[in-house]
Design a protein around this ligand. Sequence first.
Ligand SMILES: Cc1cc2nc3c(=O)[nH]c(=O)nc-3n(C[C@H](O)[C@H](O)[C@H](O)COP(=O)(O)OP(=O)(O)OC[C@H]3O[C@@H](n4cnc5c(N)ncnc54)[C@H](O)[C@@H]3O)c2cc1C
Ligand SMILES: *[C@@H]1O[C@H](CO)[C@@H](O)[C@H](O)[C@H]1NC(C)=O
Ligand SMILES: *[C@@H]1O[C@H](CO)[C@@H](O)[C@H](O)[C@H]1NC(C)=O
Ligand SMILES: *[C@@H]1O[C@H](CO)[C@@H](O)[C@H](O)[C@H]1NC(C)=O
Length: 574
Amino acid sequence: MISPMWFLHNVAAISLGIFFIASSSAEQAPYSSFAKDAKLAPPVMYFDYIVIGGGTSGCALAATLSQGGAKILLLERGGLPYGNPNITNIGGFPETLADTSPTSASQLFLSMDGVFNHRARVLGGGSAINAGFYTRASSDYVASSGWNPRLVNESYEWVEKKVVFQSPMLTWQSAVRDGLLDAGVSPNNGFTYEHLPGTKVGGTMFDQNGYRHTAADLLEYADPTKISVYLHATVYQILIRTVPAGQKPKAFGVYFRDSNGNRHMAYLNNGPVNEIILSSGALGSPQLLMLSGIGPANQLRAQGIKVILDQPNVGQGMSDNPMNAVFIPSPRPVEMSLIQVVGITQVGSFIEAASGFFELVWARRMAQEVSKFENQTGHPFTTPFNENKQEAMPGPDPYRYANIQAGVILEKIAGPFSTGYLELQSRDPNDNPRVTFNYFKDPRDLQRCVQGMEIVRRVVESRHLFTFRYPFATMQTLMNMMLTYPINLRPKHVTATYSMEQFCVDTVMTIWHYHGGCQVGRVVDQNYRVLGVDSLRVIDGSTFYNSPGTNPQATVMMLGRYMGQRILQDRTPF
Ligand SMILES: Cc1cc2nc3c(=O)[nH]c(=O)nc-3n(C[C@H](O)[C@H](O)[C@H](O)COP(=O)(O)OP(=O)(O)OC[C@H]3O[C@@H](n4cnc5c(N)ncnc54)[C@H](O)[C@@H]3O)c2cc1C
Ligand SMILES: *[C@@H]1O[C@H](CO)[C@@H](O)[C@H](O)[C@H]1NC(C)=O
Ligand SMILES: *[C@@H]1O[C@H](CO)[C@@H](O)[C@H](O)[C@H]1NC(C)=O
Ligand SMILES: *[C@@H]1O[C@H](CO)[C@@H](O)[C@H](O)[C@H]1NC(C)=O
């Protein structure tokens, strides 16, 4: 059995638990005139566009649509990302992920694969709880998506102007960059947003002060006279008019509840181009389509949902890029960093790094493990509990008292090839759907992991990491340590001579780049319109076949902007 304590602490630990203190600031949304709690919403409202989900794509999309003169409603189930240091400060990254309360900006889910995972529940979506790394998709990805490259570039630039910064690149990230170059992941492409083979430094949504900027900041672009944003507004159903056989059903409104459980209705104004746009993310969008009667008929009937359109592809093609990592306890101080540098290898995997103080129960056990290095080298591996830290962490929680400075090198598989599916567990949109990702089901993914981990080995063993590594911390020792800790709920097959394949399968984690469920060509068309239904689109990460770039958020925001522009062009053709 899993104790709640175990759960809480280890979920943080698997999430690259990093500790860092930064000052908190109570802050309001810069656009408080139009962002309100849903309790203040009238029971019935009318708009030209209704965007469901104020996430990474939804904020970019709603801000753009409002600039075209139409009336926009944006509904988000979470609250504002401002004023909460867990969200705004870089050091709060593991705190949000460890916070399993119903008001947390992250909602924990456990996939059927036995891997802990998280989904956003806050304005700004994933961009408000993620590691902040920003990097564009390759030109091949743009071409194969059928997007207009010029509008794509303009849309990326629109995002970058507001929320993206150059990564600072201090000691640990620089050592990993140099290690990657030594390991043959070349050339050195320096700082660039572009997706180029070799080693590069990307952008970050954390500014020079470690303050997080999010997709919610893109709402500063919005026309405040045209947009309404309601927070803590959970959409239960898209209302779809059924029609005589041979005609298309048509979306005409949504039904949502505020945090008191009161019902509100939002309807589309009459007009040929008005529509509802689902931007609820890779879990939320397929889930809400099914809750609204669009999905596999047998599954809907099993939940007592009236079938409007039997669409077996809804919830199919779910993928999560497998992530494997080693933690490297460091005898010398390392800065707090999330992701800044990436190796884009020739073997279909991406190599990234993080660093800081790792704590919580997992790190404590790891500290015990590495104490033998300390005995052999004379280096202290823990640092004293400093005053700032004591202030921030009152109370006699013994788990809090282990902290260790360390780096992490991780490997993410491009694609991936393996796919799974999502199923409803209930009719409640607050419940997680049941998700199966089938990590490594396709042998090509496993091969990419093995080859990627071999490059990680070369980076770990490179001279640039020499001073960051205890002499006895060989790659084998570091891998053994990963197998010792409960980073997931999968069986471990530890033998004296386990293979890299087995290491990949047993220690797989998520890098939270899951996607699919409403894919282009299967659930939506090239213009992101839901196949077989009028006035309804899906625009977010659920439409992807592969994760774009090395990390997706740049392209998710870009897509919101891009499609917002395209929809406005349809509205006023010229
Ligand atoms: C911990 C973590 C770290 C990551 N690190 C990085 C990184 O460093 N770089 C990178 O590029 N990517 C990173 N990612 C991935 C990236 O953040 C996501 O791919 C991206 O945010 C997905 O955007 P989206 O618009 O598809 O969905 P989301 O941003 O999740 O937006 C969906 C929104 O819909 C809302 N919603 C859902 N259901 C409902 C409903 N019924 N009613 C009302 N609202 C609803 C949700 O609350 C949410 O705000 C990370 C993700 C996580 C979770
Ligand atoms: C921050 O996270 C911690 C632990 O994960 C949680 O206990 C705390 O309530 C969170 N703070 C806020 C302001 O949400
Ligand atoms: C888009 O931007 C990239 C990177 O700056 C550039 O290489 C490419 O040529 C641009 N494409 C267009 C169509 O402008
Ligand atoms: C390290 O040395 C100390 C002091 O000699 C000893 O108490 C401790 O048990 C040793 N730790 C390990 C893991 O060997």
